[in-house]
Design a protein around this ligand. Structure first.
Ligand SMILES: NC(=O)c1ccc[n+]([C@@H]2O[C@H](COP(=O)([O-])OP(=O)(O)OC[C@H]3O[C@@H](n4cnc5c(N)ncnc54)[C@H](O)[C@@H]3O)[C@@H](O)[C@H]2O)c1
Length: 449
């Protein structure tokens, strides 16, 4: 099949590359010319394990290409996937600017091809993969129809994406389920053909609004579990309980399960924060005030402050944080990605700079992206070795649970720090090992050492 992917970010590039791997001819379109030229050279502009090799192989075998030219891309295509960003607007609603632009671009490209007498053999299937509020699919249909001025040239489907950064290739090629919303048999049949690499029982067909809603409900449930456990951790700290013990015991209850039960310094990323807010917003627009979603977001915003609060408390009797040097391990919002969008580390950096502290930050993959979001800031230094970050610092803070931070040379860290203080936002170390190694150690939902 000839397939077109609109938007070559985490979702679009993974989708396009994986669909090419299954033998389709895939063209990825992006409006960002520099991104397209990077991709054409075989480089992936972000870190995603396994993606670069697969991308290069499919390019070399002629099944995967990149362009800014939507007209040529859509010629003879059987389906196009809208994979553009849907960021938060300032009021928390989903900003559909990119989706609306992509819809109009599709319409104009179809129009140009029709005018040049290159009408596609069958109506093209327009699939909305971007996470977007209930009703977006209908709006896309309307935007395209208005611009095109013709009917019968396209059919619609909703196919929200559930891949996770860090395991995106496996998540796409071996999905736990594929959610597909359609309102016509033709669209259903085309989606079935595209996903023929998946066991049929994993394809969950439903109406379009339910498909759109499913993605938000799933992300909101996961975010709720995280905020719930963070709430439990904060209570544990105050009453002398240990959140790790709680988690282990709770996880053995099959009604609860063991996933998403880790307390920490809050969730970030390009999905949970914005999706919780967008769901709350479109619920409110439809007349429903979701108190759970409001609380989940508020608990998370507060949790992103805990690292700074703990640091401030430690330095309160030492003249505050001004002029202190803080080593920071981890910038990405989670391990195995270079994505720093809404990362707790970025909140901490901002607070520390406001308090006139100096930061020596390390991350195995996310330094370029953090630099892109934060710009060059006085008092913020990036290091390519975790021990360089610790050298001469007054404290070490851990914000991301990368594997390389799990078993560091604690003796070396102790020696390099000017005072042996660790604030651990991911509960990486046991209290006993910290005690033995001679650190003052503060984590989340556990006793301090
Ligand atoms: N990142 C994830 O882990 C993830 C997982 C599941 C779902 N999603 C959802 O998928 C969507 C995309 O997310 P992402 O992280 O891949 O975004 P991203 O920001 O990494 O990529 C979006 C790309 O779209 C391009 N673009 C914007 N307007 C365009 C247009 N008119 N035509 C062509 N290209 C255009 C941008 O230049 C950019 O390269 C969002 O709705 C997101 O919520 C993301």
């Amino acid at each position: 099949m000839k397939l077109v992917i609109i938007g070559s970010g985490y979702v679009g590039l993974t989708t396009g590359t994986c669909l090419a791997r299954f033998g389709n001819s895939v063209v990825c379109v992006d409006v960002d010319e520099s991104r397209v030229s990077t991709l054409r050279q075989g480089d992936v502009p972000f870190y995603e394990p396994g993606l670069p090799d697969m991308m290069k192989r499919n390019m070399a075998e002629g099944r995967l290409s990149f362009t800014t030219d939507m007209v040529e891309a859509l010629r003879d295509a059987e389906a196009c996937f809208i994979c553009v960003g849907t960021p938060s607007a300032p009021d928390g609603s989903a900003d559909l600017t990119y989706v609306s632009q992509a819809s109009r671009d599709i319409a104009n490209a179809l129009k140009a091809n029709i005018k040049a007498d290159r009408r596609n053999a069958a109506p093209i299937l327009v699939v909305v993969k971007s996470t977007s509020p209930v009703g977006t699919n209908a709006r896309v249909k309307q935007w395209i129809s208005e611009e095109l001025g013709l009917t019968g040239e396209f059919i619609m489907a909703s196919n929200p994406e559930f891949l996770r950064e860090g395991s995106a290739v496996r998540d796409f090629t071996e999905p736990e389920r594929v959610v597909i919303g359609v309102d016509s048999e033709a669209a259903g049949a085309r989606m079935r053909a595209i996903y023929s690499f998946t066991e049929p029982e994993k394809l969950i067909f439903m109406d379009i609004p339910s498909a759109e809603m499913t993605k938000y409900a799933a992300n909101a449930m996961l975010a709720t579990r995280i905020s719930f456990m963070n709430e439990m951790a904060n209570i544990c700290e105050r009453v002398g309980a240990n959140v790790d013990s709680l988690r282990k015991a709770m996880a053995l209850d099959s009604r609860i399960g063991d996933k998403f039960l880790y307390a920490g310094c809050g969730y970030g990323g390009s999905c949970f924060p914005k999706d919780v807010r967008a769901l709350r917003d479109f619920a409110a627009v439809s007349g429903y005030d979701s108190r759970i979603l409001t609380a989940v977001d508020e608990v998370n915003l507060r949790q992103k402050e805990v690292l700074f609060e703990k640091l401030s408390a430690c330095f309160a009797s030492m003249g505050g944080l001004e002029g202190k040097v803080i080593a920071l391990w981890g910038l990405a919002f989670k391990p195995k990605t270079s994505d720093t969008r809404e990362a707790p580390a970025l909140t901490l950096i901002q607070r520390l700079l406001d308090a006139h502290a100096r930061i020596q930050a390390h991350d195995p993959r996310a330094i370029d992206e953090a630099r892109h979001y934060l710009g060059e800031r006085q008092g913020l230094l990036y290091t390519h070795d975790p021990y360089d970050a610790v050298n001469g610092a007054d404290a070490l803070v851990i914000a991301t649970e990368w594997d390389i931070y799990r078993q560091p040379d604690l003796g070396r860290v102790h020696k390099l720090l000017s005072s042996p203080l660790i604030i651990d936002g991911r509960n990486l170390y046991s209290l006993s090992e910290m005690k033995k190694a001679g650190f003052r150690y503060y984590s989340v939902g556990r006793a301090s050492v």
